[in-house]
Design a protein around this ligand. Structure first.
Ligand code: G6P
Length: 476
């Protein structure tokens, strides 16, 4: 058995495999912010990354690799162990509990007159979530050296820290939440025993990390309300059943130099040329999101529509580039939401487009190089989530455009650092967002540049390497 001294665990791993019709496997990088930040950190190291097989392609790769260890996973990552969790268990844990329950609770997304309903079906799903968390705990227990540091990531794996501690009391364990944490009055939607199990699961860690002081505070409030844990808010500790967990705030940022270098590559330049050919010298309002229910794309489009309605002087002079990339299409709510985004976009086209002006370009096909091109050309970046752990789009934009004004939801974690230099909006206030779009467009050049300098400083204050090192250090 290999013994690693640092391990990461997350649902999605740094590599993904596609199975072609003739049975051949192709490897690509795993997607998403969590994965790209951490990949950069572990590249070329011996940090073992334990993740789940997410697709048939992944399962095929695991079955070909002894013990699921993809040690040659690609020169982009360190060693990887992928867990082949039976698909029905994986789907109940990932889709039903992680994405349809814990994600909904932490992002305040329920339409409460009809959902949620915690019934016998949920209990079966919850049992699968336990099994899935248990599979991670077991694999980590097998792979970790004595006294190793294990860094468990996100809401998919809230039970793993406590399970792992039972197996391996010698380990130093951290848990990091990349999402917001719900305040007690909303967390209380969960059945009491489930709420308690989630919280005690995370408290199995020695260190529980959050992206902002607000989410860390909400977690401590929940521990007090549901477990009767002793909280020391000044020292940021939670004591429960004789053990103390330290709470940390680690505001993940961006590697500015790395991002700028990537954005200077020829594929990005050619996308810039293509965008310029399309929009000419019109001003550009940009948004870049995965089409997640929390991203508030529909209200963002409604705000743009109201802005055009109230400001005919901008007709023909501005274009909204809205990149809304596919996400979690296994869930019906996500498919419906994507359709709603497309409907809104069509209505804007129907109402305002003329022969020589397309007010809105909606793009639903993921293309990283094109996103970077859009950042570089943006006059205004719209980031208006209902709620978001951090939101790295808000940090990437200002790094790539010196004169980009940021319209930012006050409910995004990034608002804690970027708020003073952005135009902050209440994400539900469509009219307020429309006003902010207008104010952002007319913000004087000098003021944009001044704010841009401070935004870049804040955005690059804690690049992924430092973020990771800080958490390792917090484990002693
Ligand atoms: C977002 C969240 C992360 C989460 C990820 C999972 O990026 O901010 O906290 O880990 O979604 O996305 P997935 O595509 O794996 O469901």
């Amino acid at each position: 058995m290999r013994a690693h001294s640092v391990l990461i665990a997350s649902n999605r791993g740094p590599v993904a495999f596609t199975l072609s019709d003739n049975g051949a496997l192709t490897m690509r990088r795993g997607g998403g912010g969590l994965v790209s930040g951490l990949s950069e950190v572990v590249r070329g190291t011996d940090v073992l990354w334990v993740c789940a097989a997410l697709s048939d392609g992944d399962r095929g790769a695991v079955r070909q690799a002894p013990g699921g260890r993809l040690d040659q996973a690609g020169n982009d990552t360190g060693p990887v162990r992928m867990l082949d969790i039976p698909p029905p268990i994986f789907h109940r844990a990932y889709n039903a509990v992680a994405n349809s329950t814990l994600w909904f609770v932490n992002h305040l997304l329920y339409n409460t007159p009809t959902a949620p309903q915690f019934d016998t079906r949920f209990r079966r799903e919850w049992e699968s979530y336990r099994e899935y968390n248990g599979a991670f705990a077991l694999a980590l227990a097998e792979e970790a050296a004595h006294d190793a540091k294990v860094m468990v990531q996100d809401y998919h794996l809230t039970l793993t820290p406590a399970m792992l501690r039972v197996e391996r009391p010698d380990l130093r364990i951290s848990h990091f939440s990349h999402t917001p944490w719900a305040p007690p009055e909303y967390f209380s939607l969960l059945p009491d025993d489930v709420a308690a199990e989630v919280l005690s699961g995370v408290l199995g860690a020695d260190h529980a990390g959050f992206l902002t002081a607000r989410w860390a505070g909400a977690f401590m409030d929940c521990c007090e309300a549901f477990l009767g844990a002793r909280i020391d808010r000044a020292a940021r500790t939670v004591t429960h059943e004789g053990r103390t967990t330290r709470i940390g705030v680690h505001a993940l940022g961006v590697n500015g130099a790395g991002l700028r270098a990537r954005a200077a590559e020829p594929d990005v330049e050619s996308h810039m040329t293509a965008i310029r050919d399309l929009v000419g010298d019109r001003r550009l309002i940009v948004r870049i999101d995965r089409t997640e229910l929390s991203k508030n794309i529909v209200r963002g489009l409604a705000a743009y529509r109201e802005f055009l309605g109230r400001h005919p002087e901008w007709h023909g002079k501005v274009v909204h580039l809205a990149f809304a990339y596919p996400s979690r299409h296994d869930l019906p709510e996500y498919r419906e939401y994507t359709a709603a985004v497309q409907r809104c976009a069509k209505e804007i086209e129907d109402e305002f487009a003329t022969d020589d002006w397309d007010p809105l370009i909606l793009n639903v096909h993921d293309d990283y190089a094109r996103s970077l091109a859009a950042y570089r050309l943006a006059d205004v970046l719209l980031v208006n989530p209902i709620r978001d752990g951090m939101n790295l789009v808000a940090k990437e934009g200002p790094i790539l455009s010196e004169r980009c004004a940021l319209v930012l939801s006050r409910e995004a974690g990034a608002a804690a650092e970027l708020g003073p230099d952005s135009l902050l909006v209440n994400p539900y206030d469509v009219s307020g967002t429309a006003t902010a779009l207008h104010e952002a467009l007319i913000l004087p050049e000098e003021e944009r540049i001044k704010r841009g300098v401070r935004l870049r400083e804040a955005a690059t204050a804690m690049p992924p390497h430092r973020w990771f090192e800080d958490q390792l250090a917090a484990l002693g």
